[in-house]
Write a protein that binds this ligand. Structure first.
Ligand code: FES
Length: 157
């Protein structure tokens, strides 16, 4: 991975967050949210710190991290490609779009390319069904896609 994420500085930030929420009820979610922002992911090393800091069992933390899509165990790529697999998009051929992206960048759904550039994700409905099928790259949204649009979109990044 190009960027170093497990720096002392980041762990110091995490400590601050833990101290801030330590004595509040329901501290886990806000701490995890901040951890995801600080590190770009919540891997086991980070979960362990949170577990010790908040006195919450690792198993519980792991369960939460793997349940909610906003948390990831591995660092995400510089660009996160989300292909909506909600009903409207699915019906309009989202699977073909995913297959084409996989082929173009050689990455499986849920994985990051070895150079750390792209992460491919399948998402739920993002509320743009009128534009189905839809894909997002970070904050950018592309709609009414056909398979052959994929290479041109990826080229921009
Ligand atoms: S189903 Fe894809 S945006 Fe709603």
């Amino acid at each position: 991975m190009a960027k170093k994420i497990f720096t002392e500085e980041n762990f110091a930030k995490l400590d601050e967050v833990i101290q801030k929420y330590k004595d509040t009820k329901g501290a886990l979610m806000p701490v995890l949210n901040d951890a995801q922002k600080i590190f770009g992911c919540v891997p086991l090393e980070v979960q362990k710190k949170i577990s010790e800091g908040l006195n919450i069992p690792m198993a519980e933390i792991y369960g939460v991290v793997t349940f909610y899509a906003q948390f990831s165990l591995e660092p995400k790529g510089e660009y996160v490609i989300g292909v909506c697999l909600g009903t409207a998009c699915y019906v309009k051929g989202a699977q073909k779009i995913i297959d084409r992206i996989k082929e173009e960048i050689n990455v499986e759904v849920g994985k990051t390319s070895p150079d750390g550039k792209f992460t491919l994700e399948a998402t739920r409905c993002i509320g743009a069904c009128g534009l189905a099928p839809v894909l997002t790259v970070n904050e950018d949204v592309y709609g009414r896609l056909v398979e052959s649009d994929v290479p041109g979109i990826l080229e921009k990044y």
